[in-house]
Design a protein around this ligand. Sequence first.
Ligand code: SAH
Length: 340
Amino acid sequence: MKKYLYGKTLNELQILVENFNQKKFVAKQIAEWLYKKDITKIEDMTNLSKSFREELAKEYSVGLQPYIKVLTSKDGTKKYLFQYSDDVFVEAVSIFDKERVTLCISTQAGCKMNCDFCATGKQGFQRNLTTNEILNIFRSIDEFSSIKNIVYMGMGEPLDNYAEVKKSLEILCSDYGYGFSPHRITVSTAGFLPLLEKFLTETEVDVAISLHNPIPEERQKIMPIEKAYPIEKTIRILKHFDWTKQRHLTFEYIVFDSLNNEPKHVNALAKLLNGLPCRINLIPFNTMPNTIYKGVTIEQMSNFKNLLNKKGILTTIRVSKGQDIMAACGLLSTKNKNNS
Ligand code: SAH
């Protein structure tokens, strides 16, 4: 098995070329071929010496892998399936808004968070994806050249795969890589505390926190992570952070029938988020097989939104797409590959 070049940071490429007795600047040339000129074969890196290319190709390949399946929803949303080893399947979703494409990317095969309402959580955890595998999703989908936004909201908990996620963000945002503005990327986390502060300091991307209930005892019933990493601690960390720059903070909030949309929740949310520049994004519950949870009507959703707005909390409603192909939030699962 050859090792892969695609997904390596500039620093990693520098170490690699030095091991081949090449000058440091050669790493920059390789990065350009990989991330700007989009080549797929080492032999196409024509400004490297032929002998070096031959040496390199003995141990390495570019390492791009095509998707194995794509489904298209009646609203245009596309769900891709990648196979990364015998039993590791990963999904990702392209969401279209006129010419703008938002890619919902995955960071783990499965997830350890086990949120009770999420199909990915219910499939358990297989393994972390490598930087190569995360970015291969971005590079290999049909819409690669028209991707405007990337949301790390697919399978997995991004902060539970910190090193690989961080490298993928570096390659997406840096000059030697794809040159994406960090404000076109949002990383969503259930509130994985051990790495939250580090993540906020080391990256500049927008942040989304899966809140879903401001009352700790109630949140814990639907999100086991609340027990180890309480939302109140998460908020404390967020409040210490400077949000006055361009960076956006969003709280995701699935509105469940009779569970988290009462006046007491509005009050608790106002108290919890007081003083934090942020917005709440209400998400319709995307139902899945064998679930005890129920969503609400559009009217109930709007009522809840108005109550929050009246309390001074900027609140929006997320349009959910791709339900018919199980591509909407929380429905990604590769447990039954026939559905994928
Ligand atoms: N682990 C990360 C990314 C998860 S998916 C996180 O927890 O933030 C992105 C969003 O979809 C999360 O807010 C998640 O809570 C939400 N979600 C999960 N299951 C859902 C469902 N069945 N319907 C609607 N949203 C869901």
